[in-house]
Design a protein around this ligand. Sequence first.
Ligand code: GLN
Length: 285
Amino acid sequence: MIAAGTGAETALRSARSHYPGISRLDARLLLLHCLGISLEELIAEPNRQLTDIQAEQFEKLLLRRSQGQPVSQLLGEKEFWGLPFRISRDVLTPRPDSETVVELALEICRGNPPARILDLGTGSGCLMAALLTEFMQAEGVAVDISPAAVTIAEQNFADLELSDRVRLHCADFSDFEGGPFDLIVSNPPYIADADRDSLPVDVRDHEPAMALFAGDGYEAYHTLARYMPRLIAPGGRVVLEIGQGQADRVLTMFELAFNQAGLSARASVKPDLAGIDRAVAFCLD
Ligand code: GLN
């Protein structure tokens, strides 16, 4: 379809006509990746010719994108909180929505920065890395049950020069012991198994099921609520990502767990840019 020597803009047009399901933005990101240049460079030289290898690689990526593989996985990277992260099919691609978790953490920690941070289900490590770049004095522990995810997070912390401030544990939430922590964050799996078929193919077939699905959608929150009281420091704070419509049940669940442990907490909820409640926080008295 695309021969060596084809100009970049022509290759893009050809990609769009052969794969109408691929957005112009995605096609351009894939082409830039194959050419190894920035958007500015492409604009400056729109007729830059593709080499044999570049044309072949572009074709391959277009085919895989047309089959639903996310662009982040094809490029092997995704930006979160202005930081670059390596991405593979072993980790959830960081979402802009999850930046709400970081924003809420910053809001509730204003004037009282955490010294010890725990991220349960760190995946790519994006939440932990974002928090460590904001709280410059803090140290972190990042936990994930998937050994492949731990390897990716480890590489990301190294790339971002955070390795000496974070320790990684490959463990289930319920097996992890440590702390206490001043700030605990988690973006746990929160999609109900029953909703699997209503997800976009990109997510359903290409992102790690373990990072997405949790029984009725609340299983991971139940586990987190059960273990939170023994991980949190006095006066500590917890910030969790939630799915659409989950705020009330998650708030009730955690308030109950804290009360049962003799702790009281003030709760807050923060919507994402689409206006959907996306993060909940608890500040222990
Ligand atoms: N903490 C990672 C993120 O926010 C991974 C979350 C997950 O795998 N459920 O993207």
